[in-house]
Design a protein around this ligand. Structure first.
Ligand SMILES: C[S@@+](CC[C@H](N)C(=O)[O-])C[C@H]1O[C@@H](n2cnc3c(N)ncnc32)[C@H](O)[C@@H]1O
Length: 263
């Protein structure tokens, strides 16, 4: 076997840390998983325990019963620790960005992995990973807080980045720009005046401020009002699968990547 591509990094993980992203994948991208003849999902860099891979497997099997999940880790100790959890449709193996799997994956989830690399490497590995996807496949690359209450992720097709999603528990932020600390590596250094991501987060804070009266009905209502306010000036998808009340009421907001892409 050739040496896995990448470097061993901190293995921090925890139960339900990636629940928000899993919920989005299952709701928004179930048709993609169901349409593939033998849908293969890779969880890249699952960390010191395979907990989040097991959760992904359970959640995806509910919406796409034929899905097979492979957890890939670059640390052999973490692979050995995960092996006892293997079962029909779920396995773990040693590897890196080259993705040592037998067929192109329909979906790759890589969470809290690229944030530990340099920005230039993060752009490069986006290309490497999307180049390994099955036609029409999806890479979900993101970052979350340790308890998963704040997260930001990007959805990429083989042609490049398509969407960015902001997600938070309603009691886990003061204002929406608090999510800036969870931006993916490709954007975190771009959150400065003159960049679209900075303009977006500033406008989101403004929308949040002018929607303050809705907090009397709960923070969820305030979030919904702020998203509607933002929709006037930003290309917020208004309908499912990416937009609409059913998604926004979860404390979620998806935008086209082009709206925030670095200038
Ligand atoms: C912070 S943990 C994230 C664990 C889990 N995905 C989560 O979000 O809770 C990052 C893991 O990615 C692994 N990793 C880093 N680069 C990798 C690569 N190129 N291929 C596979 N695993 C990698 C590290 O060894 C580490 O265990």
């Amino acid at each position: 076997m050739t040496k896995p591509v990448g470097a061993i990094t901190r293995g921090t993980t925890g139960h339900n840390r990636l629940r928000r992203a899993d919920r989005w994948i299952a709701a928004v991208h179930a048709p993609l998983l169901r349409s593939a003849a033998r849908p293969l999902v890779v969880d890249l860099g699952y960390g010191a325990s395979p907990a989040t891979t097991l959760e992904l497997f359970t959640r995806l099997r509910r919406v796409a019963p034929g899905v097979e999940v492979v957890g890939i880790e670059i640390d052999p100790v973490r692979v050995a620790a995960a092996k006892p959890y293997e079962r029909e449709g779920l396995s773990f193996r040693l590897g890196g960005f080259e993705l040592p799997v037998s067929r192109p994956p329909t979906l790759v989830r890589a969470f809290n992995v690229l944030r530990q690399y340099a920005e230039a490497d993060a752009w490069r590995y986006w290309d490497v990973l999307t180049g390994r996807l099955a036609p029409g496949g999806l890479l979900v690359e993101g970052t979350s807080s340790e308890n998963g209450r704040r997260a930001v992720w990007v959805g990429l097709s083989p042609e490049g980045p398509r969407t960015i999603t902001f997600a938070a528990r309603f009691d886990a932020f003061e204002q929406p720009s608090d999510l800036a600390d969870r931006l993916p590596k490709t954007l975190i250094h771009r959150n400065v005046p003159g960049e679209r991501i900075h303009a977006f987060l500033s406008d989101f804070d403004h929308a949040w401020a002018v929607s303050a009266a809705y907090e009397a009905h709960g923070r969820r209502q305030r979030w919904l009002a702020a998203v509607r306010f933002l929709s006037v000036s930003w290309p917020v998808p208004p309908r499912p699968p990416f937009g609409g009340d059913a998604r926004w009421r979860l404390g979620e907001l998806t935008l086209p990547w082009s709206a925030v892409a670095p200038v």
